[in-house]
Every structure is written in structure tokens, then in C-alpha cells.
Design a protein around this ligand. Structure first.
Ligand SMILES: [Zn+2]
Length: 264
């Protein structure tokens, strides 16, 4: 199929698709849409690979989410078995999430330390296996950017990263772009007007399109379960905000994802 859209961040491996996963995925093929389905721990990473094995236009990312379950730790030997699979195109989602830290300060500090440790391990792992990072960052941009800028000095161009579900202020976007990293936008840009300024600021060659399905469906599907096929709405909105022809935006966003994740 000739790819027209790429949703670089979905969770087709999640239970929300247990009853109709096959149909949701086959609809993607009909619409020439590819997706990267994202692991959040060892189990969901393994499931992402299983889906990628079955469908040519589904790719997988493997890693450990920072905030889902403190008992899910990144263990390199276990992930080493997964990363060599040819459909694994990124490491993550990994990063820092300080949104729901424990209220006791000493416990909050310990949790931050735990998250940073796992994040740093996954950064080294991504560089070692020549994969870009799929970053989840919430309420922790200062720490995440501190870690990434020092790693960038160490690893240079070998370190690639995309900040998924990006909704931060323009000055944060600038720091990310200055490091040579990218950001991706979800369906929230279709219904939160204030993000238009951010979307216009980020150059088209430094951004990608995603859904984070099953979460946060774009307009006009709000309130429903999200699907990777709805990435079309995200791409349309980017074209509208950028005042550019849809065909040109589609082509560039596909090219960005193919380059960043070395998709074939
Ligand atoms: Zn996600």
C-alpha cells in the first residue's frame, strides 16, 4: 500500500480493542494508514510486536512508561530479546511523569529518582540499538530536558527523540527543536484552539501526527474510543493551521515519520 498517513503513537495492544481489533486494523489498510503501536511495559511491548508481525503496516515500539506502575521497571536483558525484531522502530514510551507524585516529599523524591533511573537506562538502550526514543513527559519537562541535553552532549546525533502528545508552551518547543528533536501532535489540536499558535510555530519538518488511541479522540469523534484512522483529522487540522495544501502536509508528515523511524 502507498502510505498516506502515519499515526506514530497508538495502543492497538490495549484491551479497549479486544472485541474488534482485527476490524480496526484492517480499516487502516483500506485508508492507507500506518501506525506505530506503543508498549508501556514488557507485556504490552510484546503484544505490540505480535500485532506488528501480523500486519505489514503496523510497527512496534518497546519500553516502559514512567507513571503507569512503579513495579514495572526497565530491565535491559528482557527488552534485548524484543528490540532486535525487525518491526521494532522505537524505544518507549519512556520518560518522566510527575503528574501524580506521592504527597509525602521523601516518597515523591524516591519516585522521581526511580523514574529518572529507568529513563536514563532507556536512553542508553535506544542509542545502543540505534532507535529513536518515544518520549512521554508530563509535568517534568525541566528534568527531562536536563537529562536529554547532557545525554545529547555525550551521544550527539546517535540520540534521537520525539516528544509525544506535545502541548507545552512555545519556549519548551524551542528547547526541544534546538536539541534536534521532534514533537508529535494528537487530536487535542482539533478541539483546543490555544494550540494553534504552537502548531504554527513548530516547522512542518520537525513534527509528526499521532492519535494516542484509544485515548482523546479528535473532533468530530470526541467522547468516543479513539482509533489510529482518526489521525486524518489531526493531519487536516495541521494543514488548516499552517494554511498549507493538505496533500503537501500529508506527504511531509509521512516523510518525517519514515525518516525518524526508518520505516520501509
Ligand atoms: Zn501513549
Amino acid at each position: 500500500m502507498s502510505t498516506e498517513y502515519i499515526d506514530i503513537h497508538s495502543h492497538l495492544n490495549f484491551p479497549q480493542y479486544d472485541t474488534d481489533r482485527g476490524k480496526v486494523i484492517e480499516d487502516l489498510e483500506k485508508n492507507n494508514i500506518s501506525t506505530i503501536t506503543i508498549g508501556t511495559n514488557l507485556k504490552t511491548s510484546t503484544e505490540a510486536i505480535e500485532l506488528a508481525e501480523k500486519y505489514s503496516y503496523v510497527y512496534a515500539s518497546v519500553g516502559v512508561h514512567p507513571g503507569d506502575d512503579p513495579n514495572d521497571r526497565f530491565e535491559e536483558p528482557r527488552f534485548e530479546k524484543l528490540v532486535s525484531h525487525k518491526k521494532v522502530v522505537a524505544i518507549g514510551e519512556c520518560g518522566l511523569d510527575y503528574f501524580r507524585l506521592p504527597s509525602v516529599p521523601s516518597e515523591a523524591d524516591a519516585e522521581k529518582r526511580r523514574q529518572k533511573e529507568d529513563f536514563e537506562k532507556q536512553i542508553s538502550f535506544a542509542v545502543k540499538y540505534d532507535k529513536p526514543l518515544m518520549i512521554h513527559c508530563r509535568a517534568a519537562y525541566d528534568d527531562a530536558l536536563d537529562i536529554l541535553s547532557s545525554k545529547k552532549k555525550e551521544y550527539g546525533d546517535k540520540l534521537c527523540a520525539n516528544f509525544h502528545f506535545f502541548t507545552e508552551p512555545i519556549e519548551t518547543a524551542k528547547k526541544i527543536l534546538d536539541l534536534g528533536f521532534t514533537v508529535s501532535f494528537t487530536g487535542v489540536i482539533t478541539f483546543v484552539k490555544q494550540y494553534a499558535e504552537l502548531v504554527s510555530y513548530v516547522p512542518l519538518d520537525a513534527m509528526m501526527s499521532e492519535t494516542d488511541a484509544p485515548y482523546v479522540a479528535p473532533a468530530p469523534h470526541r467522547g468516543m474510543r479513539n482509533e489510529p484512522a482518526y489521525v486524518i483529522e489531526v493531519v487536516k487540522k495541521i494543514a488548516e493551521i499552517k494554511k498549507m495544501p493538505l496533500e503537501e502536509v500529508k506527504r511531509q508528515l509521512v516523510a518525517n515519520a519514515q525518516k525518524n523511524f526508518k520505516l520501509r
